[in-house]
Write a protein of this length. Structure first.
Length: 306
């Protein structure tokens, strides 16, 4: 296996860091990882290594405002204009490079949390360019709450600017996520029952940072768009979709909006929608105490669809 990092120039001349796990022989298929908010792509090294051991070529890029793409100075800021759309186009361009590097291979998109929302946007617009999509720690429509949060983020930008970092917006987005955890050892305990994984997250400079008001506005704008009925109808009916989450994940309202999303996809005619809910699992199932079980399920689904 070969592991390395390259920087790809996007269509707007910005450079995006792409981390790669490539098997020694010819890959059997391609996996593109779209990571979550306030984390970085190299957190997926365990997952990427496991996938590569089964013959998959894996690319995982650091989104704008994250990881090596942002560096320590620009964490939590996506773009001056339409940040959610710009990150979606970055994803499309990185997938295009992956397919160029390994032509004629089937490709699967894996998106976690914020990266799953970007992935939802991608499959609504470009779903015919891939062969399957996996959504981890995702969520379905909650438009009244999203629109209210977007309004507050817009007001913050009006008075403070897009690069202002607001603890209030952070609390609005995540403040209640530990409420079902008894005596949490960290404000990020909702991520995983594995205390060591949470500790590593808390300690890393690229994780758990306070995003800008512009980021929150971009996020809530994206969520207000991707969960409209007309947008979701853009997903190709033949595209296989695998959705999984923990039942103790507050992002998906403890499984409720995740189940609702799967139901919506089925009602609108998607022919192959799989939903796995892991009992007591928190937000990051790839960093949970049963992560090996989860990875086996993911690999099984991929191998069943290529």
């Amino acid at each position: 296996m070969k592991k390395d990092t390259i920087f790809l120039k996007m269509s707007d001349n910005s450079a995006v860091a792409v981390h790669r796990w490539v098997p020694d022989g010819e890959p059997v298929a391609l996996i593109q990882i779209s990571h979550g908010m306030a984390e970085h792509a190299l957190r997926y090294d365990y997952f990427g290594t496991a996938l590569t051991a089964r013959g998959f070529a894996v690319y995982a890029h650091d989104h704008r405002g994250h990881g090596d793409t942002a560096g320590s100075r620009n964490l939590g800021y996506l773009a001056d204009k339409e940040g959610f759309e710009r990150v979606t186009m970055d994803l499309r361009e990185v997938i295009g490079q992956l397919k160029k590097d390994f032509p004629e291979k089937k490709g699967i998109l894996f998106g976690h949390s914020f990266g799953s929302f970007i992935s939802q946007n991608y499959i609504e617009r470009f779903g015919d360019e891939i062969d399957g999509c996996i959504l981890s720690g995702s969520a379905g429509p909650r438009l009244p709450l999203v629109n209210a949060a977007r309004f507050i983020a817009g007001l913050t930008i009006l008075f403070k600017g897009k690069r202002h970092r607001s603890p209030f917006l952070q609390k609005l987005a995540f403040g209640g996520y530990n409420k079902r955890i008894e005596n949490p050892a960290s404000e990020n305990a909702w991520l995983s029952r594995d205390a060591e994984e949470v500790r590593k997250y808390d300690a890393h400079d690229y994780d758990g940072f306070l995003p800008t008001a512009g980021f929150f506005y971009d996020l809530f704008t994206g969520l207000s768009r991707i969960h409209r009925k007309k947008a979701m109808e853009g997903i190709p009916r033949e595209l296989p979709v695998f959705i999984f989450a923990g039942t103790a994940d507050p992002v998906g309202d403890y499984g409720r909006t995740v189940k609702a999303l799967a139901d919506i996809y089925r009602v609108q005619g998607l022919m192959d929608v799989t939903l796995n809910l892991y009992p007591e699992g928190r937000h990051e199932m790839l960093n949970e105490i049963n992560k090996d079980e989860v990875i086996r399920d993911i690999i099984g689904w991929i191998e069943g669809h290529i």
